[in-house]
Design a protein around this ligand. Structure first.
Ligand code: GDP
Length: 198
């Protein structure tokens, strides 16, 4: 099976996205930092296997040490399985991503989302950015362009529709833009005859 990994900060709606993708209830009860082990799910219709990696970034009630260990575990997992991974879905909260990225950048830190996006590419996993919670975003185009800008992807975002940027609302089951990106990736891999490896 082609493996697709989901990564994202805690509370961006990763579990909700996972539930929509797989039909499995992997609810964390809204508690950040609960999903800590890679979970494998099959999406038989497309022969995908989804792996839910633990949430990264700030988690209330989770010690820095534990947080860093989680981050390290994610990095190791991705490095180890990069060759088998068809796509890395970076889930963002469309309502807060830009603000959080800018806050970290202003402090001279590399924002987690930017770091993860770059890391996925570095290990050869082409990222798909699932911009979730679009129901909370009024200025959709502006916001998506700002996200592109922060990640170093050339705006306008529409250019990356169906390929890299997928505005979704997992809570309402509006997932089509992400399915489209996954289908594109799947067909590209098939065309390149890569599915023998992935
Ligand atoms: P995780 O920590 O990333 O796994 O996040 P969860 O899936 O547990 O979701 C965190 C919170 O975001 C929950 O309260 C969800 O109901 C909410 N949420 C998830 N998807 C959406 C969405 O599309 N829109 C809105 N407004 N909230 C969402």
């Amino acid at each position: 099976d082609a493996e697709v990994v989901l990564v994202g900060r805690s509370n961006v709606g990763k579990s909700t996205v996972m539930r929509e993708l797989t039909g499995h209830d992997v609810s964390t009860g809204g508690k950040p930092g609960v999903t800590r082990q890679p979970n494998h799910f099959d999406w038989t219709a497309q022969d995908f296997m989804f792996t839910d990696l633990p949430g990264f970034g700030f988690m209330s009630g989770v010690k820095d040490e534990r947080r860093e260990q989680i981050q390290t575990d994610i990095v190791h997992y991705l490095e180890e399985y990069a060759d088998h991974i068809l796509a890395g879905v970076l889930v963002l909260d469309g309502n807060s991503a830009v603000e959080i990225i800018d806050r970290h950048a202003d402090r001279g830190e590399v924002p987690h989302d930017v770091e993860m996006f770059g890391f996925l590419r570095e290990v050869g996993i082409e990222p798909i950015v699932a911009v979730n919670k679009m129901d909370k975003v009024d200025d959709e185009d502006e916001r998506l362009n700002a996200i592109c800008d922060r990640l170093g992807v050339y705006p306008p975002w529409q250019q990356w529709q169906g390929e890299t940027i997928a505005p979704i609302c997992a809570k309402r089951g509006s997932m089509e833009p992400l399915y489209e990106c996954l289908r594109t990736r799947f067909h590209e891999a098939k065309r390149d005859d890569l599915l023998g490896f992935v």
